[in-house]
Ligand binder design. Sequence first.
Ligand SMILES: *Cc1c(COP(=O)(O)O)cnc(C)c1O
Length: 388
Amino acid sequence: MDTKKLIGIEDNYFINTFTRQPVVLDHGEGVKVWDKDGNEYLDMFAGIAVNTLGHNHPKLVKAIKDQAEKLIHISSIYYNEPALIYAKKLIDLTEFDRIFYANSGAEANEGAIKLAIKYTGKSEVISAVNSFHGRTIMALAATGHEEYHEAFKAILPTGFKQVPFDDIEALKNEINENTAAIIIEPIQGEGGVNIASREYFVEVEKLCRDNGIVLIVDEVQTGFGRCGTLFAHELYGIKPDIMTMAKGIGGGVPMGGILATEEISSAFVPGDHGTTFGGGPLVCAAADAVLNTIIKENILDNVNEVGQYFINELNKLKENHDIIKDVRGRGLMIGVELTESGAKYVDELREKGFLINCTAGNVLRFVPPLIINKKEINKFIKALDETL
Ligand SMILES: *Cc1c(COP(=O)(O)O)cnc(C)c1O
């Protein structure tokens, strides 16, 4: 079916929730993708920071193929080897003790908040203005965007408050004896690639310790090497009680998870939480291939080297383009804040063969596959320069 006809199906058959870019993507290889009409694109978006290893990565594809031939799903009622092997491997690499497998970022955050509420027996959760934690009702209540709350106010759970990001006094003023948890992104993604200071996170951690508050870091977007360390909270030297993850974990298969300390994990007993699909053999085999590849192929070194190069090149563009207000990022999670809306630049760059995204209205967000190289960055910088 041709592209126009295919896109027409959405207009008549989909519930209207997304403003989509008018391309039907068909296949990919590394950092490149092609649409149905054969047009080639450099993928600077990676499915919203999901395709860690790019497209059609041989190790990831083989892991999925091999596992699909053995077992795809068996439910959480039985053990499966990939889930067990992966849990041990991931936890041995972190300061956490236990895992719960989920299927998405929102679901991971829901579970993390339930765990913190049950552990503390308290009723309030604080998050940040401009944060993003997901679209399910409780994750939505934690999300710091009033405009997403508006239509659902009548059914949003109580007990959720937002304070300005990177403002320790605002946080101190909101905590009280009912505060169960603080949930925070190490770097705000959807909010516009906003980076808080190291001092802020150190203070947040101390505030939580001193007041018996559970510190939840939402690493759904920042995790799995995106920011140059396996997890972004490592950049601040803090030890959260709970970490949530999703996007990059499985290199493209839908998966999420919660990591927590032994102490906090002990609050849950069978019946408190669950999932049909979570921790299935197929997604765990994929996640295992992603993690092995990140480590064996020194992907973090590439993220740091290419990420710094990319930021330097963007800063050079800033000198020549008044429209660039700010360049910021860590690793390969980079935002270019413009003095005007970024939507038209997204369209122009797509027409030139580059997939990018604009978030928070005026922030061009680049979250390419972690395997991108300097040559590909150069190609993109040239196109961005011409477009701006
Ligand atoms: C994308 C995102 C979520 C939601 O993840 P879904 O898989 O879409 O539910 C939650 N938190 C952060 C930080 C995210 O970037």
